[in-house]
Design a protein around this ligand. Structure first.
Ligand SMILES: [Zn+2]
Length: 136
């Protein structure tokens, strides 16, 4: 291989590395922007988005008081014809022990059906679903 050919190949490789470095920097910027758009939840980050505190409580099964005694906090409660209570959509909380901010989640949606009144479904417009955008 001649020196001229070797220098030409070396220049081409240097050009490719420079282009890949630019692409890498572009992708790093894109990742940083995507991270900024994420909701800084206590569940995900174990840090309070309000005050930055890291001393939290994870209340996995909060209760409320009903006539039957302590009852799991849930999105909906029903009582059957026979008087058997049922809960749907149990809740969990994350609480900041510094500023008392509370973040709540439904643990599962089993049996929790939209009825159009007390529970209304909100869906993205069809074009957002087709694009696979942020409203999945
Ligand atoms: Zn806090």
């Amino acid at each position: 291989m001649s020196n001229r050919t070797r220098n030409s190949r070396l220049a081409a490789l240097e050009q490719r590395i420079a282009e890949q470095d630019q692409e890498l920097a572009r992708m790093r910027d894109e990742i940083a922007r995507a991270r900024d758009r994420e909701f800084p939840s206590m569940r995900r980050t174990a840090q309070c988005p309000g005050c930055g505190g890291r001393r939290l409580l994870h209340v996995t099964q909060p209760t409320e008081l009903s006539h039957a005694g302590p009852t799991p906090v849930a999105m909906q409660h029903t009582v059957s014809f026979w008087g058997t209570p049922r809960s749907y959509g149990p809740i969990e909380h994350f609480v900041c022990r510094a500023c008392f901010l509370v973040e709540s989640y439904v643990v599962d949606l089993d049996g929790l059906e939209p009825d159009g009144t007390k529970i209304r479904a909100i869906d993205p417009p069809p074009e957002a679903q087709a694009s696979g955008g942020p409203f999945r």
